[in-house]
Design a protein around this ligand. Structure first.
Ligand code: NAD
Length: 373
């Protein structure tokens, strides 16, 4: 109970500080005047697992334009715990049977889907049909076709859709994008991206093909692909990928480790590895004899500095939780009816690239990436 009081008063304090806060100075919409309705948008979190518990719930105590108002969970003990911790009312508490009743709850503006990958499409579309804006966690869907259906559903409902791509709003990644896209004289732009956690264990939905869609390539590959696209300034045209299995009992129908080379239509190449059987978290861009580097590069709230052109390590001001900036940016899009940066279309491109990576492994050759199908 004490924690709740402290947390809520911290949130109120942050909301009152406005521009005076150094961390908020980084937010592209720090002025409270940009919120025409002078209210925050109500968010309902769907799926109260690790990410919702460790990152999104705490981040929502710091958001300026969003408030955690509702939850959807299949576990009654979690209902009580979250109600107490975040002051959520029973009338805004749902389970998977009552999910569609969200349509009749005016306190909920945004439904945030934090479920295993195979459930993203279904719950995103149901939330859109309930008349809500939706944030859907990464990877957007199980394949490009699912992403297209989700984009179409958002259009049909005339609601906004954001993918939970926190790094689209992270200052070190934004600076890296700006620097790496400046004109240069070198011959090649070489990108190296790796993200791995030694996390495979029996029963984990992430290593079940039907639930996770392919293990590390779906869960972690998405970050390396996005970062490579940002640093390149455009999208890759082809990919050559390899899959490795260190433990056939663990990885029954997926690979534990994926290596892939993305080729762009200029002299840019990105070499990547992702794995559930090792550790790495690194992003490196070189041109001529200079380089930009982030390490750690992708793990939530661990990015501390960007090495800029081989020389200085720069630490940029950032929010304590990357998700705070991400969710407030979405609220701003809703208030101002502006395009979403981490859009469904971005999620679709990443999934088209992942589909090509899987195809390349199967065919054992370099394949073109199909953006127009
Ligand atoms: P998790 O396994 O900890 O949580 C999943 C939740 O879904 C659990 O509460 C579980 O009870 C619930 N659930 C409901 N129906 C289920 C079913 N049929 N099978 C299994 N679980 C069911 O997973 P997580 O780590 O919280 O990941 C959830 C989503 O968030 C994933 O899509 C993941 O990729 C994404 N994620 C994103 C980030 C990020 O940095 N953006 C970080 C971690 C996870």
């Amino acid at each position: 109970m004490k924690k709740k009081t402290e947390s809520l008063s911290r949130r109120d304090a942050i909301k009152n500080i406005g521009l005076a806060s150094g961390s908020l100075a980084f937010m592209p919409f720090a002025s409270p005047l940009l919120n025409p309705k002078e209210k925050t948008l109500g968010v309902a979190l769907v799926g109260l697992g690790n990410y919702a518990t460790r990152q999104l719930g705490p981040a929502l105590l710091h958001t300026k334009f969003c408030t955690l108002k509702g939850i959807v969970t299949g576990t009654p003990e979690k209902e009580t715990k979250w109600q107490k911790e975040y002051g959520i009312l029973p009338k805004h508490t749902y389970n998977y049977e009552t999910f569609d009743k969200l349509a009749d709850d005016p306190a909920i503006d945004i439904v945030y889907i934090v479920l295993p990958n195979f459930m993203h499409k279904e719950y995103t579309i149901r939330a859109l049909k309930a008349g809500k804006h939706v944030i859907c966690e990464k990877p957007m869907g199980m394949n490009a076709q699912e992403c297209k259906e989700m984009i179409a559903a958002a259009k049909a409902a005339n609601k906004k859709l954001q993918i939970g791509y926190r790094l689209f709003y992270e200052p070190h990644h934004l600076k890296l994008k700006e620097e790496s896209n400046k004109p240069f004289k070198g011959r090649m732009k070489l990108i190296e991206a790796s993200l791995s956690f030694d996390m495979a264990r029996e029963g984990l939905w992430r290593i079940d093909k039907k639930m996770g869609g392919g293990g590390a390539i779906m869960d972690l590959g998405i970050y390396t692909i996005q970062a490579a696209r940002r640093a390149a300034g455009h999208n890759p045209v082809s990919v050559f990928a390899q899959g490795y299995v260190d433990d056939p009992k663990m990885y029954k129908d997926i690979y534990g480790t994926y290596a892939y080379q993305l080729r762009f239509n200029d002299n840019t190449v990105c070499n990547s590895t992702v794995s559930f059987s090792a550790y790495s978290d690194r992003f490196h861009v070189s041109r001529g004899n200079e380089y930009l580097e982030l390490q750690p590069a992708f793990a939530a709230n661990k990015i501390t500095a960007l090495t800029t052109w081989s020389e200085t390590k720069e630490t940029l001001e950032h929010d304590e939780f990357q998700q705070t900036t991400q969710m407030d940016a979405f609220a701003k899009n809703i208030f101002e009816n502006t395009p979403v940066i981490a859009s469904g279309e971005e999620g679709l491109i990443d999934m088209q690239i992942i589909d090509a990576i899987k195809r390349s492994i199967e065919l054992k050759k370099e394949v073109g990436i199909r953006y127009n199908e």
